[in-house]
Design a protein around this ligand. Structure first.
Ligand code: NAD
Length: 261
């Protein structure tokens, strides 16, 4: 990334989960490039630290801090949000982005209770914990923006079965809409980001053969996987005041997938 940098998030403090890879990594760097101070959170401690170091090397010290946090653990989430306040004085933006897609064959007949519970714990409960503690801080700032990563599979039936994952992302959409309505008058905005299929470790480990990759691409009018930076740019829009009249949306960034027949 080279100068000039922007100011769309000047004086804003952001917490980003899943910051060690894919969308979270690209968003952390992009948000910092637009002036934000960023808490980079990930269950993968090394990944979070590497992202914070990258921000420091690009934009200088004091712009990012890393924390090991499992979003499905309430105490970890509490500490992660508190770190934004102790380190940078406030919280304006939360990007609840961390998520898992279990690589096992996951249809109604083959999925297990363990897979189901783990997926819900991270993808759904993790978003709830994040919102719960962020709302408390955002009230003190007179508002804020929360972006929850869902998926196109919550909007359309996925041809490659991933039942627990799909159900979890549907819950993210429903939860986000309700939060948006309940907290609208407090100027706390909530939007879901619904990515299409991306060339990140999460999906590439799942679509582990050329046949599976090609089958998924049949449904994408643009005929290619999306890149994490393309989601980060959408998340930046939702995080910034550029989207000041948007709340409760399912914001799709999917190469046209959801519009295709
Ligand atoms: P990724 O695998 O590149 O990154 C996910 C990150 O989340 C990793 O760094 C991982 O360590 C972290 N993580 C996993 N469990 C965690 C936990 N319990 N606590 C904290 N961090 C945890 O994947 P990605 O594609 O960047 O995925 C980001 C989000 O986008 C996920 O919510 C995913 O479901 C969603 N999504 C991805 C795609 C896709 O095609 N890749 C499509 C739609 C939605």
């Amino acid at each position: 990334m080279s100068p000039p940098y922007g100011t769309r998030l000047a004086n804003k403090v952001a917490v980003i989960t899943g910051a060690g890879s894919g969308i979270g990594l690209e968003s952390s760097v992009l948000f910092a490039s637009e002036g934000a101070q960023v808490v980079c959170a990930d269950i993968n401690e090394k990944g979070a630290a590497a992202t914070a170091e990258k921000i420091a090397s690009l934009f200088g010290e004091g712009r990012a801090v890393a924390i090991k946090a499992d979003v499905s653990n309430e105490e970890d989430v509490k500490k992660m949000i508190q770190l934004a306040v102790t380190q940078f004085g406030k919280l304006n933006i939360l990007f609840n982005n961390a998520g898992i897609m279990h690589p096992a064959d996951d249809n109604a007949l083959t999925t297990t209770e363990d897979i189901w519970d783990l997926t819900m714990k991270i993808n759904v409960k993790g978003v709830w914990w994040g919102c719960k503690y962020a709302i408390e801080q955002m009230r003190k700032c007179g508002g804020g923006s929360i972006i929850n990563t869902a998926s196109f599979v919550a909007l359309r039936g996925a041809a490659t079965p991933q039942l627990a994952y799909t159900a979890s992302k549907g819950a993210v959409l429903a939860m986000t809409r309700e939060l948006a309505v309940v907290h609208a008058k407090e100027n706390i905005r909530f939007n879901s980001l619904c990515p299409g299929p991306l060339r990140t470790p999460l999906l590439m480990e799942f679509l582990n053969t050329e046949e599976k990759k090609n089958r998924r691409l049949v449904h994408v009018p643009m005929g290619r996987f999306g890149e994490a930076i393309e989601q980060a740019k959408a998340a930046l829009f939702l995080a910034s005041d550029d989207s000041s009249y948007m709340t409760g949306t399912d914001f799709t960034v999917d190469g046209g997938l959801c519009s295709a027949y």
